[in-house]
Write a protein that binds this ligand. Structure first.
Ligand SMILES: Nc1ncnc2c1ncn2[C@@H]1O[C@H](COP(=O)(O)OP(=O)(O)OP(=O)(O)O)[C@@H](O)[C@H]1O
Length: 267
């Protein structure tokens, strides 16, 4: 990975609090009274089996899905906040992004600058600088002129993350940010996020299916099961063989490590 300093998060991170959040689809409830809090510069991992409501929770926090309850950023409720203000605070890298046709990777990443520049204005020098820096950090520079839809799955995932980072948010919400990445690129992306939160206080909330990566990078985990918080705490507290058996129906051994526990599936 490049040794250049990463793109700064100028405003630092923000505390996120979710209180009594409930949401569903039609009449079907999916999330019930979910609560979590993450301090500025913290990394909260949201884990849980398929269909437990992780993506719905992220989309609700972003205001992309209707919910009951409250989301507060640095103590201020987000209800009624103008979209542009919200986009300066929160950036989102979805699990299955819809990528525009006939848009180059560079132009796609530049879309992340939209909340920072005047409406309909061309990208300014600072916008180009931030975009170039983020693309360097995520090894996308050689792909800059390719249509983003022609990139491989892992390259597209890095482009989506680059767009979110180019937004220079105070809080980054990531849905399975490493799902399409090989192990090296997964570690590269997670190391970059870890650096940004430690250096600039960026707050990270991410879903992660890879429980070892979740245990190694997040400083707290919230385990969702059937739309409720089944466990919350440090990775050591949440990643137990009993919890994985009860909520995932999985057989696993927990291997303690200096940077958090690793989860070893056993046959
Ligand atoms: N647009 C939708 N319409 C109806 N039901 C939906 C919709 N999106 C999700 N659901 C349902 O809501 C529940 C929670 O889905 P969600 O995608 O939030 O779970 P998840 O924990 O992110 O799952 P995964 O780990 O498989 O990505 C699931 O039962 C899912 O089928």
């Amino acid at each position: 990975m490049s040794r250049r300093p990463p793109v700064p998060v100028p405003a630092g991170g923000a505390r996120v609090e979710v209180v009594g959040l409930s949401a569903g689809y039609g009449r079907r409830p999916v999330l019930s009274s979910v609560r979590f809090a993450v301090d500025a510069g913290g990394w909260l991992g949201i884990i849980g089996p398929n269909g437990s409501g992780k993506s719905t929770l992220l989309r609700s926090v972003l205001g992309l899905h209707p919910y009951e309850g409250e989301v507060r950023i640095d103590g201020a409720p987000t209800t009624g906040m103008p979209r542009r203000d919200r986009a300066r605070l929160l950036a989102y890298a979805p699990q299955l992004p819809v990528l525009p046709e006939a848009v180059s990777t560079r132009d796609y990443v530049t879309l992340g600058r939209t909340p920072h520049r005047p409406l309909l204005a061309a990208p300014r020098a600072v916008d180009r600088e931030v975009v170039a820096e983020v693309m360097t950090r995520l090894e996308l520079t050689a792909l800059a002129d390719r249509a983003v839809v022609t990139l491989s799955g892992g390259e597209q995932q890095r482009a989506v993350l680059a767009r979110a980072l180019a937004q220079q948010p105070r809080v980054l919400l990531l849905d399975e940010p490493t799902a399409a990445l090989d192990l090296g690129h997964a570690q590269q992306v997670l190391d970059l996020l870890d650096h940004l939160r430690r250096q600039d206080g960026l707050t990270v909330v991410s879903t992660l299916h890879d429980l070892t990566l979740a245990g190694q990078y997040a400083d707290r985990l919230t385990l969702l099961a059937d739309g409720r918080v089944a466990a919350e705490g440090t990775p050591e507290q949440v990643l137990t063989a009993e919890a994985l058996s009860a909520h995932y129906g999985a057989r696993a051994r927990i291997v303690p490590g200096a940077h958090g526990p690793a989860v070893l599936p056993v046959r």
